[in-house]
Every structure is written in C-alpha cells, then in structure tokens.
Design a protein around this ligand. Structure first.
Ligand SMILES: [Mn+2]
Length: 423
C-alpha cells in the first residue's frame, strides 16, 4: 500500500509584500501553491497511491470567491479515476468556523468531523484513519488524547494538526506529546501545522511533511510531501518528495578570507551557482547573507548600493530569470582583533566581553526578550509580522542582532572621533 502524506497547502495564500521588491517573479510565486498542488496530484498518480492524507491547512483562510475551492475539488476529481482516496482534517487556517463558503467534496474524499474524533476504515487496503478537524482557529485541547482505539488487524493512521509541545514560529494549537501519540498504538501519525519537515519519532513513526511550497524567505529549502510504503501491514519506507515549484534559499557567504568587494561578488556568484544546481530547474528566490570579519567590510558598507547592484548582476549572470535575489544582508564586520580587545580594561573591553557572553547565553537572550516585550508589543503589526519581521520575541533574532551591534558600535568606538560618539 502506498500512502502520500501532505499538509499545510495554504492554497492561494497571499504574497507577503513581494511587490515592493524589484524584479520579483510575482507571477511565478503567485501561482506556486496551486502548481505545487498539481504536482502532488501527479505524485499520487505516478505512485498509484491508494491513499492521500492531508493534515490540515488546505486553505489559508476563508475563500474570497469559489475559485480556490473549485480548484481544489476539481483537482481531487483526477484521483478518483486512479483509485486514490483522500482523508482530510482541518487545521487552524481552514477550521470549520473559518471557511464560510462550502463545496461538496467528491465521494472518494473523506473529511473527518470537528465535533469529535472519528475513523474512516478502508477494509480493501487494510487501513484505518483516525482524526479530528479543528472547529475553531484556536484549539487548546489535546485532541489526540481522545482519539479512538486502533482497529485490530489494520494499519492505523492518526491525522492531527498540532504544535506538539511547541514549535518555534508556530502557534500552540492542539498541543500534545509524542508519549500521548505513542500511547494510542497507531502505526503512523500524519501531522500538520509545522511548515518545516520533521520526522519527530520513528517508533511510532510521527512525521510533519512540511508545507508543499515555501511562501516566503523564512520557508527555505526543499518542500513537498512524504511517501509511505506499507508492506504486510508494516512501514517499509518513508521518503520526502520535493514538489515545490519556487524554492526559497539562503546563500551564506563567508568573506573573512577575501579583501575586496570584487572578491566578495565572485564568492557570491559561486554560491549562487551551487544553489541553482541544487534547485533542479525550479525558480529560485535567494537571500544572500555576507558574513565574516573581513578587510572588504569598509567598502561593502561605504559603497553598499554599488555592491548590491553588482551582486544582483552576478545573480542574473548565473540564473537569468530563474534566479531572483530577494535580499542582500551585509553582516560582515571589520577585521578586529577581538581577543586583544576583550583583554582591555576600558569600556571597549567590557562591551566585547559582554557581547561574547550574550552570544552563548540562552538564558540572557530570553532575559532580553522579556526586557523588549513591552516595546515589541507597541510596534505596528507590519513590523512584527511577515518574513522580515523584527522579532524581538525571538532569542535567535536577538542573538543575530548582537553581531550587527558589534559591527556598528566597535568601529565607532575605535575610530579617532570616538569622543563624539553618541552626542
Ligand atoms: Mn496550521
């Protein structure tokens, strides 16, 4: 038996501020969630999958009109002919109360109810699917703890949209633990909600397939569905299949060994070439991040516009229309002898030591998060949300900001005009 497990399709989800970027492949990205879904349908056909599981968030929210629902339902019709049945639970984004419009789904598509957990049994292939849909956007109960007993002699699957014990960047919905899932005695847990693929446990197998298509610069890397091969009632294999049509990626370049802007551009070009080959023909949206203590730092900062244009040109050279540089972040620092500076008795020494300590101290980073809470909550939503958000609530964001702070402050403090700093 072959089973395909997908989640978090977010069909037709809006573009996150793409239009403000120059030369963004807006058209390619706009249709990407639908084209990735078409590839999911093709995967089911090619693999002759008997079952497609969708663990929530098919839709990003209520439909503006019927075209999104019509696209989904009519694509699923194609699976009826090949005998792929479909089992769906709703997630927070497409909770029963969130979607006001409705289309009758074809009879080979089974949606589990939101009022109580339920089971769909396919005797002919020996599979029982258990699950419960979200009724409302915020579900705080542990749904899994009340899922039905496994059906004897069948391969048991649990479908659940959940944050488990909490996953960074994802709201805590239908929280539960792997121990609770394991206690159900099922063979496979088809989870959804977390957009990054993760095999949470192997016994029992608990999997987040990740979303089908990355939607912004923070959803990087290969996206797709998970293909499960069940032989004699046991899992023979579990594989990720890439289905994304536009791939978001980060190209990190360490500039510490080079001295000029041209050298940095050459390094970026090589990095972009590598990313393009990895993308296997997909449109690539790349965030370039320049790092390292480098002699090129001064020119990268002083002549930022020039080097940005030069890097974009390198991107066009490597990938033409297939490669789009979403953003360039210059996180380099000037070549400073940190060890020597840290030994100084003055304010500079104190600062270097304090920043060093903070970088490794998780508790201190959380402390800073709490210091900034009030400020952060006062920021307008467009600053707090989205791919380029100022995440003062996220200790990783704070830690990354420390490098920027050092890169900005130290050269000022060490410059001959240091006395005027801050006045
Ligand atoms: Mn979700």
């Amino acid at each position: 038996v072959k089973i395909v497990h997908a989640a978090d399709l977010h069909l037709d989800s809006p573009l996150l501020g793409l239009t403000r970027y120059e030369k963004a492949p807006v058209e390619a990205i706009r249709g990407a969630t639908r084209r990735a879904f078409d590839k999911l349908m093709a995967l089911c056909v090619e693999e002759r999958a008997q079952l497609l599981l969708i663990a929530g968030d098919v839709f990003d929210g209520d439909w503006r009109d019927y075209s999104t629902g019509l696209f989904f339902a009519s694509a699923l019709l194609g699976l009826r002919e090949v005998g792929t049945r479909v089992v769906i639970v709703r997630g927070n984004h497409d909770a029963a109360s969130q979607i006001t419009k409705n289309l009758e789904l074809p009879e080979h598509v089974f949606e589990l109810p939101s009022g109580h957990p339920d089971t769909v049994t396919f005797e002919d292939i020996g599979v029982a699917c258990h699950g419960q849909s979200f009724r409302d956007r915020a579900v705080s109960a542990d749904l899994a703890s009340r899922y039905p007993e496994p059906s004897k002699g069948l391969f048991n699957v649990g479908l659940l949209h959940t944050s488990l014990t909490g996953r960074e960047g994802h709201a805590d919905y239908a929280p539960t633990t792997v121990a609770t899932l394991a206690a159900r005695g099922y063979d496979y847990w088809a989870l959804g909600h977390v957009h990054r693929r993760e095999v949470v446990s192997e016994a029992p197998m608990v999997v987040y397939p990740g979303n089908l298509q990355g939607r912004h610069a923070r959803e990087t890397g290969s996206k797709g569905a998970t293909l499960i091969d069940v032989t004699d009632g046991r899992i023979a294999s579990v594989e990720h299949r890439a289905l994304d049509v536009v791939r978001w990626t980060v190209c990190e370049v360490d500039a510490s060994e080079v001295a000029s802007g041209d050298d940095v551009v050459a390094l970026v070009q090589r990095g972009l070439d590598r990313e393009l080959r990895r993308a296997e023909g997909r449109t690539l949206a790349v965030r370039v991040v320049l790092r390292g203590a480098t002699r090129a730092h001064a020119t990268l900062v002083a002549d930022a516009a020039r080097w940005e244009a030069q890097i974009r040109l390198a991107g066009s050279d490597v990938g033409g229309d297939e490669l789009w540089i979403e953003r360039i972040l210059t996180k380099t620092s000037s070549e400073l002898d940190r060890t020597r500076l840290a030994e100084r008795e003055d304010a500079v020494g104190q600062l270097v030591r304090a920043l060093e300590r903070l970088r490794d101290d998780r508790a201190e980073q959380y402390e800073l998060v709490s210091v900034f809470t009030e400020l952060w909550q006062k920021l307008p939503p467009e600053v707090r949300e989205g791919p380029d958000a100022v995440r003062l609530d996220d200790p990783d964001f704070i830690r990354d900001a420390l490098d920027d702070i050092e890169g900005l402050i130290l050269p000022e403090l060490l410059s001959p005009n240091a006395g005027s700093f801050g006045e």
